[in-house]
Design a protein around this ligand. Structure first.
Ligand code: FAD
Length: 403
């Protein structure tokens, strides 16, 4: 990879400027309303989504033939330096988690019928979806331990199980459920992904699990879901029976880098707020910007953000070239999650008490950032993946090449 490979073209810069203009005109001014998560905010989101579609800014994570407007990971990374700046913007542009990841696996593994029934309304923004893998009783870090079962009965699957952190399940039209279909198979062939309509009898959203004092509403919920004798036709199977982990890998790899791309926007916004406030606020006879501790925070943040940018663009470029970029994605997932947390934390600290209020977006950003070190694989698991791959290479007599 050279810097030229990952630099935005003039066309991408032009597109990015259009996203920036949209954010400035329509998203940032509406953040206080959107943050209320009530009916008025639903109406604002609906209006902004129509505007984004009309301006050709809809679903930039998917190629045009799938109903999107881009499909290149590298381009999407550049665009997310704008989109990622507001936690609400992904919803406005139709590229929100978990729908973006679900859309991608339906696009890659869905049958024509599944695409028509589930993918088309999802990409059009008419419905939302959820991804139901994690269970409270077993470690999400090691999903080979999952207990939810799907048992074949004639032309149907009968699903029984208990999940939580099915994000966005409240109000969603369907979920993609990871269930054990063959408990005797080797661990990574035991599970299958099955599309389940949310109104199927036996699907019960038990509750939205509050996190850090926030219950959420609709898209922002993390739900506990029970599946009791849930019957769905076998043609709801995504891919082949036993492909659950293979597809999860296809989903989570891109999903992880999508998250990191958004974090680039979040870090840069926090950084700008930190620098602006440091110049403006005075204490002990001069601006905070003159204090060396604050200067250190700014310098460290600048170095770390730039490292995250380059690592993310590199991973995105490799994925566009057909590489799974497993090590690169794991590296950036844990590294950027830490930087995201630290930069927002420093920005909050520079703002003092104001950093915790809703006068700046930092408080909400900080709460959201904490989950980043856990969802889609905790830091420790990604470190393990990276170290194992590197050590395997050394053990085989091949040093690790930084490319
Ligand atoms: C905001 C948020 C949204 C989420 N959305 C979804 C969703 O939409 N769908 C879904 O299915 N799940 C979702 N999850 C769940 C998430 O994927 C799991 O929380 C994650 O996989 C970790 O699983 P766990 O919580 O069971 O932790 P565990 O697996 O029990 O791990 C607990 C801790 O153990 C440590 N640990 C684990 N393995 C190792 C290791 N090998 N070495 C060292 N330490 C280790 C880590 O510190 C880890 O945090 C979400 C989680 C969050 C926080």
């Amino acid at each position: 990879m050279t810097i030229a490979d990952i630099r935005p073209t003039d066309e991408v810069l032009g597109l990015r400027a259009r996203y920036r203009a949209f954010m400035e005109e329509h998203v940032y001014p509406n953040e206080p309303v959107l943050g209320r998560e009530d009916e008025e905010s639903d109406a604002v989101i609906a209006r902004l989504r129509e505007l984004a579609k009309a301006e050709g800014l809809w679903a930039p994570h998917l190629p045009p033939e799938a109903g999107g407007s881009s499909g290149s990971f590298l381009v999407y990374a550049h665009l997310n330096e704008e989109i990622g700046r507001s936690v609400w913007a992904q919803l406005v542009f139709g590229c929100q988690a978990p729908d973006a990841g679900n859309g991608e696996i339906l696009w890659h593994f869905g049958t024509d019928e599944q695409k028509e029934r589930w993918l088309a309304p999802l990409v059009a923004g008419e419905v939302r979806s959820f991804f139901s893998m994690t269970e409270p009783e077993v470690p999400g870090s090691d999903p080979t331990t999952l207990r939810t079962r799907a048992v074949r009965d004639g032309d149907e699957w009968v699903i029984d199980g208990h999940k939580w952190f099915s994000s966005g399940a409240e109000g969603a039209a369907f979920g993609i459920v990871m269930a054990v279909t063959d408990p005797d198979a080797e661990p990574h062939r035991r599970a299958t992904q099955i599309v389940v309509s949310a109104d199927t009898p036996g699907v019960e959203i038990v509750r939205a699990v509050p996190t850090m004092g926030h219950r959420g509403r609709g898209w922002t919920t993390h739900c506990e879901v029970r599946y009791t004798g849930v019957r769905v036709p076998v043609d709801s199977t995504l891919g082949e029976v036993g492909d659950g982990f293979r597809i999860a890998q296809k989903r989570l790899g891109p999903g992880r880098i999508h998250h990191v791309m958004r974090w680039l926007g979040q870090m840069q916004r926090a950084f700008e707020l930190m620098c602006g406030y440091a110049l403006e606020r005075e204490a002990f006879g001069g601006p905070l910007a003159d204090k060396q501790t604050v200067q250190n925070w700014i310098a460290d943040s600048a170095a770390e953000i730039q490292a995250c940018r380059l690592m993310t663009l590199d991973a995105a470029h490799k994925i566009d070239q057909g590489d799974e970029a497993r090590v690169e994605v794991s590296l950036i997932k844990f590294f950027a999650a830490g930087v995201l947390h630290d930069v927002i934390d420093r920005a909050v600290q520079v703002h003092g008490a104001r950093g915790l209020t809703d006068e700046t977006p930092l408080g909400v950003m900080y709460a959201m950032a904490r989950g980043a070190r856990i969802y889609d694989g905790p830091d420790e698991v990604h470190r393990m993946v990276v170290a194992r791959r590197i050590l395997k290479s050394f053990a085989a007599g091949e040093p690790w090449h930084f490319e």
